[in-house]
Design a protein. Structure first.
Length: 195
């Protein structure tokens, strides 16, 4: 069964394909001309739903979307659902990383978590959700060039290296996206009639 993946981010497509190996499921990246959801929700669930429903209705099939981000305790959960746009529309990962470090300057509490919510939608907009988290800390400088987003700043609990210093296989042991996919397997396959 083919499922559209609601993203144009090549890093995210690659990560999903490396993590999601469900029998009978083929993940397809969103077509180049697929409409972009405005992501106006105040929760990860609302944004994931918005993206999945728009793609499923546009192309008349199943669609899966994730909304993910970084929640930092010392910043009241920010950047949260605005993680990709933390510095404003069009900011780069490097700019967002710099802003996060600036806003955490002098903060003793560096606890944070990556959150990922997956939404699976049919063409009528009926949606099923799964959630995954990865607890960790924010460093004082970027380390590593792997991954994307805030990966070079985030060290998962029980590790000494950032996600930016890990291979994809190593990261998948901790990743919020991997945890969400694990949580989604049962309910999503059941919903697809493949359980």
């Amino acid at each position: 069964m083919r499922i559209w993946l609601a993203t144009h981010n090549p890093g995210k497509v690659k990560e999903f394909r490396s993590l999601l190996h469900w029998p009978g499921v083929e993940l397809l990246p969103a077509p180049a001309d697929a409409p972009e959801a405005p992501e106006t929700g105040e929760t990860f669930e609302a944004n994931a739903c918005e993206k999945a429903v728009l793609l499923a209705r546009t192309y008349g099939g199943w669609a899966m979307a994730d909304d993910s981000g970084l929640e930092v305790d010392a910043l009241g959960g920010a950047p949260g659902v605005r993680s990709a746009r933390y510095g404003g529309e069009g900011t780069t990962s490097l700019e967002n990383n710099a802003l996060l470090l600036q806003n955490l300057s002098g903060a003793a509490n560096r606890r944070a978590r990556f959150v990922c919510v997956l939404a699976l939608s049919d063409r009528e907009g009926r949606t099923t959700f799964a959630r995954g988290t990865c607890e960790g800390t924010i460093g004082f400088e970027r380390k590593g060039a792997a991954g994307f987003g805030y990966d070079p700043l985030f060290t998962p609990l029980g590790e000494t290296r950032t996600f930016g210093e890990m291979t994809e296989t190593e990261k998948s042991r901790y990743s919020h996206r991997a945890q969400a996919i694990l949580a989604a397997r049962g309910p999503f396959l059941e919903r697809l009639g493949l359980a």
